[in-house]
Design a protein around this ligand. Structure first.
Ligand SMILES: NC(=O)c1ccc[n+]([C@@H]2O[C@H](COP(=O)([O-])OP(=O)(O)OC[C@H]3O[C@@H](n4cnc5c(N)ncnc54)[C@H](OP(=O)(O)O)[C@@H]3O)[C@@H](O)[C@H]2O)c1
Length: 237
């Protein structure tokens, strides 16, 4: 699907990657852009319609869908992360529960709520914002990694299910991106603009997955190796 002429709904679009998705959609000539956010107060962006939505709150999702019933492209972007001491840390269960509520069930809820209106359109698509973390051992991100791996699995089931109904489902995998989420983590990061470019280009090319940076592409390339990257990450990752 080409973003030009699409009507786009993005969750978590008040800042970070979500805002970059909204701005690039506008640059590419999207028909309409709905920026989903928990609080719309003070948000102003030319050509972008703010819509209140919290992906953990079904009532707010239902209201957003009603308001944005002309949506043809849904971007499940909203997400949270937390650092913990490792897979056996005391807070692993509490943090996992928090991450799943937003990063997994949030995606499930929003997608369920948009299903009817997307299926009614001649062309529709869904972008799920995932991560390289589904294949990368980073013990301090265990709850986040588990929630994104679950969202990746959901994305694969969803894509297969919706294939017959001509809804394109694109999974976006990327490593560190320069947003508030990675503040204070001193590593090389991709720019949100670069990631969004790659993603919309992949969508237009009819792809099912996009690896939006070199590291993630390299990591995915190891999956069939004897020692894949999720056992021993390739050098540099
Ligand atoms: N940054 C990275 O390195 C990286 C790498 C791979 C994947 N990702 C993924 O990219 C996506 C965007 O993250 P980001 O880097 O742009 O982070 P960010 O700058 O922290 O932005 C996160 C966005 O999600 C929103 N959000 C959080 N919980 C929400 C909820 N319950 N309902 C609605 N919106 C909610 C936030 O809203 P508030 O302003 O209200 O908090 C904010 O708009 C996430 O799914 C993240 O996992 C990020």
């Amino acid at each position: 699907m080409d973003v030009a002429n699409a009507t786009v709904f993005i969750t978590g679009a008040n800042r970070g990657l979500g805002l970059a998705f909204a701005r690039e959609a506008r640059r590419r000539g999207a028909r309409k852009i709905y920026a989903g956010m928990r609080s719309t107060s003070g948000f102003e962006e030319a050509g972008v319609v703010p819509v209140r939505v919290d992906v953990t709150d079904k009532a707010s999702i239902a209201a957003a869908v009603e308001l944005a019933a002309d949506t043809t492209l849904l971007v499940n972007n909203a997400g949270i992360a937390a650092l913990i001491d490792g897979p056996l840390a005391q807070d692993v269960e509490a943090q996992s529960s928090r991450m799943f509520e937003t990063n997994y069930y949030g995606v499930v809820r929003v997608t369920q709520a948009f299903e009817r209106i997307l299926l009614a359109k001649p062309h529709a698509a869904i972008i799920n914002v995932l991560s390289d973390i589904v294949w990368l051992p980073r013990p301090y991100l265990t709850p986040y990694a588990a929630s994104k791996a679950a969202a990746w699995s959901f994305t694969n089931q969803l894509r297969f299910q919706l294939r017959e109904q001509r809804v394109q489902v694109l999974g976006l995998h990327v490593g560190f991106v320069d947003t508030d989420l990675t503040n204070g983590i001193d590593v090389p990061k991709a720019s949100p603009e670069h990631v969004v470019h790659q993603t919309y280009d992949a969508l237009a090319a009819g792809k099912s997955e996009v690896m939006a940076d070199k590291g993630t592409a390299m990591l995915k390339g190891t999956l069939a190796a004897d020692v894949p990257g999720y056992i021993t990450p390739p050098p540099g990752l």
